[in-house]
Design a protein around this ligand. Sequence first.
Ligand SMILES: Cc1ncc(C[n+]2csc(CCOP(=O)(O)OP(=O)(O)O)c2C)c(N)n1
Length: 316
Amino acid sequence: MLIAIGSRSVCQSDCSRTAYANVKKVININGEIDAALHYNDTLPLIGDARLTLLKLLTELRGFPSKSQGGPSAWLKACAGKKREWGAFKAERYSHPALYDDTWKKQALTQPAAIKIAADWAKPKDVIKFFDAGDVQANGFQVVEDESYGRTFTETGASYMGFAVSALLATSVGRGKFYALAFTGDGSFTMNPQVLIDGVQHGARGCILLLDNRRMAAISGLQVAQYNHEFATSDSVEVDYVAWAASVKGVLAMEGGSSEGELTAALDKAYAYDGLALIHVPVYYGADPLGGMGVFGRWNVGNWCQETQSLRHNIGL
Ligand SMILES: Cc1ncc(C[n+]2csc(CCOP(=O)(O)OP(=O)(O)O)c2C)c(N)n1
């Protein structure tokens, strides 16, 4: 049985309905009717997940435990998997920079850069926006919020440029707040007008531009499907710091290749009463320590038939 809580089961999660090969039944606790009915054989519990869970827990506490005197085998297996995942993440965070062939120097990995910035944001209650691509996929795995409403990403279409544009909300929303927009060089380039709008409307926030000189999410898909990447990078060098600084009122700087340099840049941006941009060269390459791994199956491209027949076999 699968218990899904608040999941929209899109893209990186389980849009193809093939992630849970052994699952026969689903309980889906969800605020959205469509998302709650994503799978077949579902008992949907629709409404605010927090309230539903509180009710369920109150009911469950009335039942005696099936595994008296210790955790059940299931709970032990879950704890083991969680420990494995913790070790997987720790290994990546302890190798924050790798040598990058394009930059010809050590560059922070995306997981490390996101982790450093997310940890920096937490005690300050800085709101995080995530753009599409590897930035978003890694963000899903790295961010560990303690409270609701601290991270936003556009999981419907994963529209590139959402995060940087969302910085405008810091000035036009009802309550003023500081925000950090995680974006890739591809996504930023699609929506740079926020530099001008942000200054015009008094936005207070920072664009953290993770530059791997390519649209890595698409390169990754190409390599996985065809063993070859095609036209998802170019040889044009762009000085993003100069670009942002060319807009009067924007504070622009390099973010370096270490935790110390990146947090110092974030501190500077935070102290600035306006819009800032931090440019961070990040690693792209085959080293598994450079990413958070790929999970699930897509039903696009030349995988489609295989995935679809698996989906029909599973029947979920
Ligand atoms: C408007 C729009 N066009 C195309 C896509 C498909 N798409 C998803 S991620 C991506 C590339 C993102 O590149 P970048 O912002 O540089 O991030 P990276 O994957 O390199 O971290 C593309 C083209 C999309 N999500 N939105």
